[in-house]
Design a protein around this ligand. Structure first.
Ligand code: NAP
Length: 309
């Protein structure tokens, strides 16, 4: 029997996803009718992304799972109509994109590239330190944090990772919990935030915690805008406590044209492009998860509603 798979994302996404999803479902041996037009009550699975037409899951009585195309699920996890199991996206293409974004921006700040690109350094022959002399802290040691940690460690950076629960990752200093956070921040010459946005992580980087960073530290936030108290960050940038912030995600997106981040000389804004879900690789993840579910196996990358990620 054919499965009805409802594609519930923005209409402009459908042409990008249709062929790779269909190919991946076929490769998994699944007979599936994939469409953005299935009535919700007829859907066996829902491929979901925020911004699409589906906001009320109450009619989706047949759906065995909602498979999110995004890694961050803060906008759906609190939806009270969602009773179906929810899986988030862990996609090799997305992970690779994040590794490239994070290593690129870490190296930019580590090497002080701006001074030369903007011709501010003249012929001042000051070589940057080696990676081994620049400590990097990653807040978040999940799929993305660990991949970035591996890449940074391979380049020679001493990397500290912080998470909710205890981890033991070879080559990293792993810390967790409140006491671990203070230590993780205190050594972070470059701080990268790869946490989900949950009630526990909202405004995590407030004035008190930003003050724990070494003076002049660089902040790179490709996690979520709500992790940072914006007023506190702007104040820390003004005093030089934070030397530069490279921000990819914001409380309001697109970042409003009059937001002070746009004009602040110590802020780089990137427009939520750190890591996109890639249809070719992510479709295989979606199809494999549906195949698992049909075989009675647990879904991969399940979201824990209570935890919020
Ligand atoms: P993940 O695998 O779920 O990992 C989340 C990590 O955060 C885990 O290490 C977790 O700790 C830690 N964490 C959660 N709550 C915490 C808390 N209260 N205190 C300390 N640590 C906490 O997520 P992921 O796939 O790595 O993705 C991380 C985030 O990146 C996403 O949620 C999304 O917001 C963002 N993202 C951004 C882009 C972009 O383009 N900018 C793209 C994709 C994703 P445990 O290991 O102990 O559970």
């Amino acid at each position: 029997m054919s499965l009805n798979i409802l594609f519930a994302a923005r209409a402009d996404r459908w042409p990008l996803w249709r062929a790779p999803l269909q190919a991946a479902l076929t490769a998994e041996g699944l007979a599936a009718d994939l469409s953005p037009d299935h009535p919700p009550e007829t859907a066996d699975y829902i491929v979901y992304a925020p911004g699409g037409p589906l906001t009320d899951f109450t009619p989706c009585t047949r759906a065995k799972a909602v498979l999110c195309l995004w890694a961050g699920v803060e906008s759906i996890v609190t939806n009270p109509t969602l009773t179906q199991p929810l899986a988030r996206m862990v996609d090799p293409g997305l992970t690779q994109g994040m590794v490239e974004y994070v290593t690129g921006h870490v190296l930019r700040h580590h090497l002080g590239m701006d001074a030369h690109i903007l011709r501010q350094a003249g012929w001042r022959q000051v070589a940057p330190p080696l990676a081994s002399e620049r400590s990097v802290t990653l807040l978040g040691l999940g799929a993305l944090g660990q991949a970035c940690a591996r890449a940074l460690t391979a380049l020679g950076f001493p990397v500290t990772g912080w998470s909710r629960t205890a981890h033991d990752v070879p080559g990293l200093t792993c810390l967790h919990g409140d006491a671990g956070l203070a230590r993780a921040l205190s050594t972070a010459q470059i701080l990268v935030t790869l946490l989900p946005l949950t009630p526990d992580t909202e405004n995590l980087l407030d004035a008190r915690r930003l003050a724990l960073l070494p003076r002049g530290a660089t902040l790179i936030n490709p996690g979520r805008g709500g992790l940072i108290d914006d007023t506190a960050l702007l104040a820390a940038l003004d005093t030089g406590q934070v030397g530069h912030a490279t921000l990819d995600v914001f409380r309001i997106e697109p970042l409003p044209p009059d937001h002070p981040y746009w004009s602040h000389p110590r802020v780089t804004v990137t427009p939520h492009i750190a890591a996109d879900t890639r249809p070719e690789t992510a479709s295989r993840v979606i199809a494999a998860n549906i195949r698992r579910s049909e075989a009675g196996q647990p879904l991969l990358h399940m979201v824990d509603r209570a935890r919020g990620y």
